[in-house]
Ligand binder design. Structure first.
Ligand SMILES: O=C(O)CCC(=O)C(=O)O
Length: 318
């Protein structure tokens, strides 16, 4: 049983590569996050002299404002994330995006062209098949995207399952009738695999489009928008937030209890589950085994400190 995701949502994520939760944030929450984004944009534009005609985009933007950081580990989104990706995770990156209004612009000119995320980064890890499912994004949409052409994201459902031959031939592989344009009210969220082929329409509306993407990846992957977070931020964070920010939940040494004589990267091996507190949280929310994390592709069982090798018979001796 899952914590919150329905079988239909999980199937949609696996088959189509995404599912949408409309109006997950209340109008009041949207107002708080949206004004936090304005505050960050105004400050960063001033500090970096970003000209007004340049759209605003900021990686690792999550840590720029407490109201934005709260999107990382709201219990509702965390339940979805554990359901679809397991608990052995951290934040990989986040990006704040504000796309200015351009009414009268060319409707055929995309504001961001077609791409699969990570084609170069995952090169060699796919063996010619689909790119690995080791990154997962939550898109938070703060402005009204119910009309087409509001810098809405376009997706090609199922393209996360394409092999490299289909990816190379993507222009012929797109079925125009199948392109999905995400049209949602403010406060909606989309959970998606960014190895889907996607693009963004121009913003032909008269309002700025605001979106935030927060990526989750296994703890053993290096993040992109940061390597280590500010120690003060980690110290004041909850254990689960620390895990998601890439530290040990209990602030222990990431190389284990005896880093000099027995170095063991705790992002791979875990001596103490308190350093991965999302596991306990997920199990408590669930109420007991059998667990069903990660849509069948995540961490449902795991080698931990209590693991023993039980298959100790050499079959040649039988
Ligand atoms: O602006 C958007 O909605 C899409 C951003 C994007 O392409 C990405 O996050 O990879």
């Amino acid at each position: 049983m899952a914590l919150i995701a329905t079988p239909e949502q999980k199937e949609r994520l696996n088959e189509q590569g995404f599912f949408v939760i409309e109006s997950l944030l209340s109008p009041e929450e949207v107002a708080v996050v949206s004004s936090a984004m304005d505050e960050v944009e105004e400050r960063v534009r001033r500090e970096r002299n970003i000209p007004p005609e340049q759209n605003f985009g900021m990686r690792n933007g999550l840590v720029e404002h407490p109201a934005i950081l709260d999107l990382l580990d709201r219990p509702d989104i965390l339940s979805y994330i554990v359901d679809v990706f397991g608990w052995n995770i951290q934040n990989r990156d986040s990006v704040l995006l504000a796309t200015d209004a351009n009414p009268g612009g060319d409707p055929a000119k995309l504001s961001l062209g077609w791409h699969f995320d990570y084609e170069e980064e995952f090169a060699g890890a796919a063996g010619g098949g689909p790119m690995p499912w080791i990154d997962f994004k939550v898109g938070w949409y703060l402005s009204d995207l119910t009309e087409p052409g509001h810098a809405t994201i376009l997706l090609v459902p199922g393209s996360h399952r394409w092999d490299d031959a289909r990816r190379a031939n993507w222009q012929n592989e797109i079925d125009l009738d199948q392109i999905f344009e995400l049209r949602v009210p403010p406060g909606s969220a989309m959970l998606w695999r960014p190895t889907l082929l996607h693009a963004v329409t121009p913003n032909l509306s008269s309002t700025k489009r605001k979106a935030i993407y927060v990526s989750y990846t296994p703890r053993w992957v290096r993040p992109t928008g940061h390597i280590d977070h500010d120690p003060d931020l980690l110290a004041e964070s909850s254990p689960i937030r620390r895990q998601l920010l890439g530290a040990m939940g209990d602030l222990s040494n990431p190389m284990g209890s005896d880093p000099r004589n027995n170095p063991e990267c705790q992002y791979w091996f875990t001596q103490n589950w308190d350093s991965v507190p999302l596991r306990r949280w997920a199990e408590e929310q669930h109420g007991g085994p059998p667990f069903d994390w990660g849509t069948g592709y995540g961490a449902s069982t795991s080698k931990g400190p209590d693991f023993v090798f039980t298959q100790v018979t050499d079959p040649r001796m039988n």
